[in-house]
Design a protein around this ligand. Structure first.
Ligand SMILES: [Zn+2]
Length: 258
């Protein structure tokens, strides 16, 4: 029985609204977001249940200017039903980070070493230095971050319309990492992305998600204008073209024929 309010994802959508799946308390929300980001920066830390719900969107195919457009598959985000769906558009801002691991690791090591010196010498100067390492590390990481808009279309059946909320997201380097509400939805989204990439003849990951976030295409990233981590000045001599052999005056050489 068709209903008048029935709509397909992508055409008649609800007005854009803001929503968030994050915990309510600001401190908890911050802690949750930091931990989620760290798990994406260091994929080995990613919990298995999060890994199965992860969908990785590439900036070069889903980002236009500073806005990401993410259409989730046309099935209920909660129960997977594919009939009588209603598409809801959500919009929020998201902060992204650029290669923070090395910087934070260095700052952390510096802070630990100076803290140890402070304990050893009982001098407060070292404690201040330790704190300074942390503040500078976090400050530099923050200064290399940016904010993008994320517009997302999510489908729901009438039973679950009230539960729609923004899936958890992490913006890291050039990609957007979305944690779908269910593994089934994540699987469907990954299949859609793979099919799209095959149609566009892009590279398709054969490995299960998440694709490693580090150094997928360093050359491509650099050409996109993303500031790469500053590399130390090379001390190697510049490579040279091999010189042609120098003709020697060889006494044993045969005299030119006359
Ligand atoms: Zn449902």
């Amino acid at each position: 029985m068709a209903q008048a309010s029935r709509s397909k994802p992508g055409d008649e959508t609800q007005p854009v609204r803001s929503s968030s799946a994050a915990p309510t308390s600001p401190l908890r929300r911050l802690r949750h977001a930091v931990w989620l980001n760290v798990q994406v920066w260091i994929p080995d830390l990613l919990a298995p249940h999060l890994r199965r719900r992860l969908v990785q969107y590439w900036g070069r195919e889903s980002r236009n200017g500073t806005t990401w457009s993410i259409p989730l598959p046309a099935e209920c985000f909660r129960c997977g039903k594919k009939q009588n769906l209603q598409a809801i558009r959500l919009k929020r801002q998201l902060r992204g980070f650029d290669s923070p691991v090395g910087l934070l690791f260095t700052a952390g090591i510096g802070a630990l070493v100076t803290l140890a010196l402070g304990i050893f010498f009982s001098t407060y100067v070292w404690y201040v230095a330790s704190l300074l390492f942390l503040v500078v590390g976090v400050g530099l990481t923050w200064s290399r971050s940016w904010v993008d808009d994320v517009e997302l279309s999510i489908s729901t059946c009438p039973d679950h319309a009230a539960e729609v909320e923004f899936p958890e997201l992490v913006l890291y380097e050039r990609d957007l990492y979305l944690f779908a509400p269910t593994e089934q939805l994540a699987e469907a989204a990954r299949k859609e992305l793979d099919a799209q990439r095959r149609r566009d003849k892009r590279f398709v990951h054969d490995e299960p998600p998440p694709a490693p976030a580090v150094e997928r295409e360093p050359a491509a990233r650099r050409s996109e204008g993303l500031a790469p981590p500053r590399e130390p000045t090379s001390r190697q001599p510049p490579s040279r073209e091999p010189l042609p052999p120098i003709p020697l005056d060889d006494p044993d050489a045969e005299p030119p024929a006359h």
